[in-house]
Design a protein around this ligand. Structure first.
Ligand SMILES: NC(=O)c1ccc[n+]([C@@H]2O[C@H](COP(=O)([O-])OP(=O)(O)OC[C@H]3O[C@@H](n4cnc5c(N)ncnc54)[C@H](OP(=O)(O)O)[C@@H]3O)[C@@H](O)[C@H]2O)c1
Length: 293
């Protein structure tokens, strides 16, 4: 895979539409785009406080009219698809096809090109989205991200309450710092066309970790003896529902925790895209320790 040159010094200042811009990853992307001098428009479902140099538009990925307006004058789109139904993306894809921007799609490292069906519903949606974008002739740049380190924010309440974090058994994965995914996304959003590689970029962190490893590393950063306790799927399911998560999402997460195989793959694609190696979860834990106090 040829490297995509990081465009920090590029004179190319495209207009970028960022979806998911209020999320853990999107926030990192927006800040970087601004510092590189790109014109940034963000799509969010609710009115957001103004930020210097960032245009916010209220819209929904499933509402084609709002997407159409958001795409006016846009050169490149950072696209996430946080829904569990790829069929609901057909109108969005039609709008993208009409407007014709570069599409950078944030997919999952668990997508298996050889599999007829993916391991679980969440990975299946990403595989379906990739296929829909390709079939529409959009020629997306696909970033297949491993588990984001920022998912650990979901443990904040448990860590504040005690030393045991419980949850369903999940696969071991090469957890990636979302700041590295943001650097990679910005590199491809700002790159010149002839610098792009359209093979999927598989973005991983530098080591394969289970939940227990992550909790122990957070404990080290917090100077506490934190432990992970596996919950049986039915108990994990009822706790997630009690926390207010939507039923279909809970079902998909439980299915993913039971079916997704351990992933032992670590790639150098972050470094190829950004010029720097991927950071460790230990580093993420130190940098974000204050959020858990
Ligand atoms: N977390 C992981 O480990 C992982 C791994 C691989 C890929 N991904 C992909 O990365 C995406 C972003 O992850 P994240 O952790 O940054 O997510 P996050 O913090 O949960 O943020 C989700 C974002 O999705 C937006 N959103 C949800 N439904 C929307 C809709 N119908 N229309 C428009 N925007 C909508 C939300 O915006 P508003 O609520 O403000 O509208 C928010 O900005 C995920 O959705 C997933 O597809 C995640």
């Amino acid at each position: 895979m040829p490297a995509t040159t990081h465009s920090t010094n590029s004179p190319y200042h495209p207009s970028i539409l960022a979806t998911g811009a209020t999320g853990n990853l999107g926030r990192e992307i927006v800040g970087r785009l601004r510092s590189h001098g790109a014109r940034v428009r963000c799509l969010a479902r609710a009115q957001t406080s103004p930020q210097p140099g960032v245009e916010w538009v209220v819209g929904d990925l499933t509402a084609p009219g709002t997407v159409r307006e958001a795409l006016v004058g846009i050169d490149a789109v950072f696209l996430i698809w946080p829904l569990l139904d790829s069929a609901a993306a057909r109108d969005l894809i039609a709008e993208l096809t009409t407007a014709g921007p570069r599409v950078v799609y944030l997919s999952s490292s668990a997508v298996d090109d050889e599999a007829a069906r993916q391991s679980d519903p969440i990975v299946q949606v990403h595989a379906d989205m990739e296929a829909l974008l390709h079939d529409a002739g959009l020629r997306p740049v696909v970033l297949r991200s491993d588990t984001l380190a920022s998912n650990a924010r979901g443990w904040v309440q448990q860590i504040r309450a005690g030393d045991v974090v419980s949850g369903p058994e999940t696969a071991r994965t090469a957890v990636i710092d979302e700041r590295d995914v943001a650097d990679a996304a910005v590199a491809v959003l700002l790159a010149h066309h002839d610098q792009l590689d359209y093979d999927p970029h598989v973005l991983t962190g530098p080591e394969v970790l289970g939940r227990a490893d992550q909790i122990a590393l957070l404990g080290a950063a917090l100077r506490r003896d934190l432990r992970f306790q596996v919950l049986p799927a039915d108990l994990a399911r009822s706790r997630m529902l009690a926390d207010g998560r939507p039923g279909p999402l809970v079902d998909a997460l439980i299915a993913a925790s039971g079916r997704r195989p351990d992933c032992h793959r670590v790639t150098d694609h972050v470094e190829r895209l950004t010029g720097h190696p991927a950071g460790t979860f230990a580093r993420w834990a130190i940098d974000h320790a204050a959020e858990f106090n």
